[in-house]
Design a protein around this ligand. Structure first.
Ligand code: PDD
Length: 286
């Protein structure tokens, strides 16, 4: 079934959507994106995603083409037009096309390119993987230094995913100076001595919207959360591990570099946090 996608102000069938070969997203990865999940036809944690979009754009001196209310309306419209019950909304804003290739940013006469599309994923919140957990491998973090900006330069994360696949694993955790930064497309957490541990915010990781919600909900449930860096060695000896993202929610990790965590099944805190997160987010969905 052909999707209706949004490109530069118009809703069109996906076959008719066009972006210039001179678009800076294509030539320079000069653009940012967001992924918001949809459950039961409603947007999950939209305010967090739209705020982070504003921040990513501002960090790159890219004008935000829409107000938060306009972004919300566009998301809802696209979800409705594609009759998405469970799935994702992908949105990308690039610095547009000045009709040629030039490293310097074009002037204000060049409008940004806005592209949005949906991905239907029935049963997204009931992924069978959540019952068995992911296995991950550790690889060096070779990305650029501003990972707090959600740019579309995702080649290394894609390479990491392929390295994981080649090793028979589900994902890769990235390691810098012996410390875990995050997963290829998710934030990394461990449970160590009863405490839930995740790396503090900085330029080294994406400021995950799911991470923020899980942290708040964990604390509200009287669970102890510690924001501090942790090593690969500590992760391998942790009681539990999990990752968070808009598409995986809270996904247990049961094995790191072939080392089983606990009894090799999803840990109790990861399972509980997944439940709490999904309950609360469905309630607040818009
Ligand atoms: N990825 N870290 C990285 C590098 C990510 O790409 C993502 C999200 C996250 C989690 O952020 P959030 O909780 O806001 O989704 C952390 C999205 C899902 C993607 O690229 O598809």
């Amino acid at each position: 079934m052909s999707r209706i996608v949004y490109v530069d102000g118009a809703f069109v069938p996906e076959e008719e959507a066009r972006v210039s070969v001179f678009d800076r997203g294509f030539l320079f990865a000069d653009g940012v994106y967001e992924v918001t999940s949809v459950l039961g036809g409603r947007l999950i944690d939209f305010p967090g995603h739209v705020r982070r979009l504003g921040r990513s754009l501002a960090e790159l001196a890219l004008a935000n083409p829409h107000s938060e209310a306009e972004w919300l309306a566009l998301h809802r419209d696209l979800v409705a037009r594609n009759a998405v019950t469970d799935g994702l909304v992908y949105l990308q804003v690039t610095r547009g096309s000045a009709g040629d290739r030039d490293f310097a940013y074009p002037g204000p006469a060049t409008p940004p390119t806005v592209v949005m599309f949906t991905q239907s994923k029935p049963g997204l919140a009931d992924a069978p993987a959540a019952r068995t957990g992911w296995t991950v491998i550790a690889i060096p973090d070779l990305r650029w230094g501003r990972r707090d900006i959600k740019t579309v330069q995702l080649l290394y994360p894609a390479m990491g995913k392929m390295m994981a696949k080649a090793a028979g694993a589900d994902d890769a955790w990235l390691v810098e100076d012996g410390l875990i930064t995050e997963g290829t497309s998710n934030n990394a957490w461990i449970v160590s001595r009863g405490r839930i541990v995740t790396r503090p915010l900085g330029t080294e990781i994406l400021h995950g919207i799911t991470r923020a919600a899980v942290m708040r909900l964990a604390r509200e449930s009287q669970l102890e959360v510690e924001e501090r860096p942790f090593t690969l060695d500590e992760a391998k000896t942790a009681d539990e591990a999990f990752v968070t993202s808009a598409s995986a929610f809270v996904m247990p990790v049961v094995e790191i570099d072939g080392v089983r965590l606990g009894d090799g099944t999803p840990g109790p805190l990861a399972r509980r946090l997944r439940e709490i997160y999904l309950d609360e987010m469905r309630r607040a969905a818009m």
